[in-house]
Design a protein around this ligand. Sequence first.
Ligand code: MSP
Length: 505
Amino acid sequence: MTTRYITTPIYYLNGEPHLGHVYTTIAGDVLARYWRLAGAQVKFLTGTDEHGQKVAQAAALAGESPQAYTDRLAKLFFEMCRKINASEDIFIRTTEKRHHEAAKALWTKLEDAGHIYKSSYKGWYAVRDEAYYEESEIVEGKAPTGAPVEWMEEASYFFKLSAWERPLLDYYEANPDAIAPIGRRNEVISFIKSGLRDLSISRTKFSWGVAVPSDPEHVMYVWIDALTNYITALGYPNIKSEDFKIFWPESIHLIGKDILRFHAVYWPAFLMAAGLEPPHRIFAHGWWTCDGKKMSKSLGNVVNPFELINAYGLDQVRYFLMREIPFGQDGDYSDTAITQRINSDLANDLGNLVQRVLSFIYKNVEAKIPEPEELLGEDREMLAKAAALHDLLREDMEGQALQGYCQHIWEVIREANRYVDAQKPWSFKKSENPKDLARMNTILYVLVEVIRHVAIYVQPLMPASASKILDQLGQSERTFEALKTPLKSGTSLSEPHGLFPRREL
Ligand code: MSP
C-alpha cells in the first residue's frame, strides 16, 4: 500500500500566523488530500515550535508566562488550520509531555552512543533565526539573513557534527531525490563540503525548553528539540510502533528555503547518529514577496492571509498560492495577480465550463445526465485527455509539482471549453431529428464526464468548491478509484449555482 508522511515545519509562537505559515500548510494539505484520494495511507503533521529564546522573549514582551503565552498562541495556529481547511492528522506542540519525552530519549540515545560531549561555546548567535553563525558569516554586524546577532559565551554540550560530513555526502550521493529542488540539493552538498563544525546543542542562560536529561541546568538547543517533533508524532522512542515503522520511511518534510540547513544537515546527522533513517525527502519551497518587495513589518506590506481569505474566498486563495508560482521558487503576491488568476482560471475557465454545461442540461435535458450514443473521434479524444490526467497528476504529486498539478488540470478544462464551442450542443436543441438529439446528448455526456474528472482532481486544491460541483453532478463516489467506472447516465443534477464570481480590480 502506498504510504505518505507529510509534514510542515512547526511554527514558532512569536507572533500571529502569516502568509508563510499558511502557504506551507496549504501545500501539505493539498498533498495529503491528494494521496488520501489516491487510496494511500496518509499522515499529515503540523504544529507549533514553542521553546527557545525567541519564544521566551516574545512571551516576556507580552508580559505573560511562556506557558500561558504559548497556550494562547498555539490556539491561533490551530485556528489558522481551521480557517484554511487543513486536514492535518496531528497538530503537535513541543510543550506536550510526549514530546519532552521523545526529545529526551533522542538526547540520551546520542549521548550514550558517544555523539555528545561537554565544552563551552563562544561565538555569534541570532535569536531571530535561533542559529549560530561563524565569524566569517557576519556581514556588517549582522547574520547573513539580516538578523541581529549577539555574542555568546557559555558552557554547552556539543554534537559531533564534524564526524558526519562523509556519511551525509555519501547518503545524498546515493539518494539523489532526498532534497528537492535540485538547486537546494546542490546548496546543501556544497555547505557540507565546505566543512562541518561540531554543533552547540544546549544553553544555560535561560530555561524555557526541554531540560537535558543528564544535566538539567542545561536546556536543549531549540532546533534539536523542534526537529524531534517529526518522530515524536510517530511514537518515538517506540520505534517498533506501527506508525513509526510504516510512516517514517515515507516522510516528506515540506519546509521554506531558509530552514534547509537545519533539516538537511543537522537533522539527518542526528538521526543517523541515533541509528535511524534520515528523512526520505526534504522539499524546500521559496518565499513570497509582496508587490516585488520583501514582506516586513517596517515596510507595512505584510500580507495578512486571513484578510486575503475574507476578501477573495478560501478556495480562491488556496488555488492562487498553488498555481501562481512553481513550488520551490520565490513568487510575488499582488492584488492584481490574484484578481487576474481568479477571473481567468476560476471564473472564465472552470466556473464557466461547469455553469454553461450544467445549466443547459438542467434546463433542457430534464436535469439528468444524458445517455450517450455513438462516440465520434473528437469525443474520444476529449475523454482520453481527461483520462490521461490520472498518470500526469500522479507524477506531479510524486515530485511535489503543485503548480504542474494545477496546469495539467486546467489544460483539460480549457480543452473542454473549446470542445463546447466546437460541438455547439445548443444548436441541436430545437431539432426534430432524433439523430441530432442523440448527438446533443452524447456531447453533453462527454462534458459531464470531463467535469466529473476535473472536479475529482480539483478536490485537493479547492475542497469546498470541488465538493459543490460534485454535489451538483449528483456524484457521491469521489476518490480516484471512482474514475475507473464510466459516468452513469440518468443521475439527476441539482440546480447549478455560480461558483467563482468575477472580481473587479
Ligand atoms: N520553528 C521553525 C521551524 C521548525 S521545524 C522543525 C520555523 N518557524 S517559522 O514560524 O519561523 O517559519 C515557518 C515557515 O514559514 C518556514 O518554513 C519559512 O520558510 C516560512 N516562511 C516565512 N516567511 C515566508 C514567506 N514570506 N514566504 C514563504 N514562506 C515563508 O522556522
